[in-house]
Design a protein around this ligand. Sequence first.
Ligand code: UDX
Length: 438
Amino acid sequence: MRVSVIGCGYLGAVHAAAMAELGHDVVGIDVDERKVAALTRGEAPFFEPGLPELLTAHVESGRLRFSTRMEDAAGSRIHFVAVGTPQSKTGNQADMTYVDGAIASLLPHTTAGEIIVGKSTVPVGSASRLAAVVAESGSGALLAWNPEFLREGWAVKDSLAPDRLVFGLPPEPEQAEVAESALREAYGPVLDLGTPLVVTDFATAELVKVAANAFLATKISFINAMAEIAEVTGADVTQLADAIGHDERIGRRFLGAGVGFGGGCLPKDIRAFTARAEELGRGESVAFLKEIDAINLRRRQRVVDHVVELLDDQPHGKTVAVLGLAFKPHSDDVRDSPALDVAVRLKGLGAHVRATDPEAIANSRALHPQLDYRESLEETLDGADVVVLVTEWDEYRYLDPAHVAGLVAGRRIVDARNSYDPQSWRAAGWTYRGLGRR
Ligand code: UDX
């Protein structure tokens, strides 16, 4: 099948490569010439495990090309729209400029029988509104909504073997049938794996995505709220999470208490959901998400407070080694990264912040050139007065406390991801602080 993917960011580039892997003839379109040039060379413009191999294989096989010209999307049976919906600069709502713009510039190159498939995370109601735009254009194309659930760092696996697929189809039965059969064909090999499929309407498809992210954010903030209670009662939140996680109805995943969630999805999606619910007159239904956001942001300050306390309230001029900058391991993404935020807050208190990350230094430096970035872990730790683990990359999780003790000036560590065994650090002479841990 000929397929186009409009927008080649964290979502679109992986989706385009995955569609080629599934056997389709794919063109990826993006306005960014440098990104298109890199992708055309088979290079991933960002860090995503497995993506470079997939790109190289299919650029070479001829099934995958990239272009800056929208007219190159012409002739595709499906046009996936995978552009970003960042938080608006003026409020909490999603900025729909890129989705609206992509569809408007795609429409003149579409014709009857083709399907425009939205993948971007949008406020509920957007697909109906855009379906009217598509109908009014007279192009004859149809609109469907197929939200994406991929996690950065696992995006290739999540695209080729997702937990589920969701098809949001137009209300008219004939149009729904055309759209569903095209989508079934596009995802044929994925469906053959036995992947669960939910076929539904536009509103449900849009809501599934934001509801999933709201649930995940709630789970993380729930355990972080328990960490706050643990801190004033002497309880241990990691043991609490293990114990409640054994209950299959609860489950242990996403009960990792620490510095909280970040990234390009969870924070902005819960804010956009709240804003949309308020527009719909149902603000109270998701008002709890404001609390989820507030708990999450409080944890960053808690980490900073721990560092300051370990420095006897004198952070000025002290050297802080910050391990990790990306919003989570296996990613170079620093959008709304708790780690980078903590580093910047400590710098603001006059500390000398030396920060490292296996993949995210370039992106961090572009946003915050004031920090002292070091490629090498040993250099970062050298002579540090306090160490903060903020992104739990394997490179940092398995550090030997005795070895690190020989590098630093002060054996003080804040484990903002509860990744270490406190006993082994304390046994090596460290003052250890986790979040919500004894
Ligand atoms: C998320 C959703 O998981 C994905 O389905 C959706 O398509 C996009 O948003 P992603 O942003 O890549 O994916 O990250 P995810 O793995 O969900 O982690 C989000 C944040 O939560 C990270 O900052 C992570 O460190 C944090 N987290 C996760 C915790 O603080 N504790 C946990 O137990 C789990």
